[in-house]
Write a protein that binds this ligand. Structure first.
Ligand code: PSU
Length: 306
């Protein structure tokens, strides 16, 4: 039995020709942003990748298949699927969803698995999952971290989402042996803000360096990927001093309402959206586009080196 992969014609051709391809996830579409902004973001991000000279491959599970590259109609249908009708897939539930013919959106972890199966080495998203605040009691740690430790895909994100316990997230990544590389600055970014107050373990300043590091990891036989922490553009950022109280309020509400497990992140993103009157969503979209731009450049360097 082989993995049931269905490629869009554009992605199939690019992979066959060794052209640069960038994977994109679908949980950000179904669970991370409201309609219609999610659809606009998904379309724009694909355009940014095309303008960067690469081919976008948005990944989602439908009809017992892993779709790698979606048609415009499928993308629209996915963006309009209510979150409760699409499974939020990570490593644990990916196979169940495919085997049972259900519809599923891939998180960072599941997208990495599918991208690797398809032979795609670069993936752009907003922010990875990580160690949730209070994890010392809840044990809520995203499977995204383990995935970065075992699947060889370079993930471009604006850091981990700032709703998380960022210092603990970086500690776990270090323990797991994941290279965390800040792009163009010495400090780790914090999703909506460029700064986190935490210095980055590694720094790189060009797509060339990132592509070379990925190739070297493979040459050394080291498992796993690398995380590129790309700061949000200055004009789109929400300062830390401004966003932190909002995050605190959303977290307190989540605790009061006993929101748990996979619902925590979507709940917090939605509350922060309401509390910032939509600004957090504008920033989120801007950082995803910025990550897509860099991912396309990295994919181009990797394709050239191959
Ligand atoms: N980036 C965003 N918004 C999102 C996500 C990423 O800008 O909603 C999704 C990714 O799919 C990531 C998931 O894997 O959030 C993390 O969810 P959790 O914290 O439940 O592991």
């Amino acid at each position: 039995m082989t993995a049931p992969l269905t490629y869009s014609p554009e992605v199939a051709q690019a992979l066959k020709d060794g052209q640069p391809v960038v994977a994109l996830e679908s949980t950000i579409i179904t669970h991370g942003m409201p309609y219609p902004q999610n659809l606009e973001m998904a379309r724009e991000v694909e355009d940014v990748i095309r303008r960067g000279g690469a081919v976008p491959a948005t990944i989602a599970i439908m009809g017992g298949q892993i779709h790698v590259g979606l048609t415009p109609d499928t993308l629209q249908a996915l963006a309009q699927t209510p979150p409760e009708q699409a499974m939020k897939l990570s490593r644990a539930d990916l196979a169940v969803c495919i085997a049972n013919g259900r519809t599923g959106a891939t998180t960072v972890a599941a997208t990495m698995i599918c991208a690797h199966l398809a032979g795609i080495r670069v993936f752009a998203t907003g922010g990875i999952g990580g160690v949730h605040r209070g994890a010392e009691n809840s044990f809520d740690i995203s499977a995204d971290l383990q995935e970065l430790a075992q699947t060889p895909v370079t993930v471009v994100a604006a850091g981990a989402k700032a709703i998380l316990d960022l210092p603990k997230t970086w500690e776990v990544l270090e323990t797991l042996g994941v290279p965390v590389i800040a792009y163009g600055q010495d400090e780790l970014p914090a999703f909506w803000s460029r700064s986190s107050g935490i210095s980055a373990p590694l720094r790189m300043d060009s797509p060339d360096q990132i592509a070379a590091a990925a190739d070297m990891r493979a040459a050394l036989g080291l498992k796993g990927g690398q995380l590129i922490a790309n700061p949000i553009p200055v004009e789109a950022e929400i300062a830390r001093s401004e966003i932190m109280p909002v995050i605190e309020q959303a977290l307190a509400e989540a605790e009061d309402q006993k929101i748990a497990a996979k619902s925590v992140t979507p709940f917090l993103l939605q509350r922060i959206f309401e509390l910032t009157e939509g600004r957090s969503l504008q920033s989120n979209i801007a950082l995803v586009l910025n990550n897509a731009r860099l991912a396309a450049e990295i994919a181009a360097k990797m394709a050239k080196a191959a």
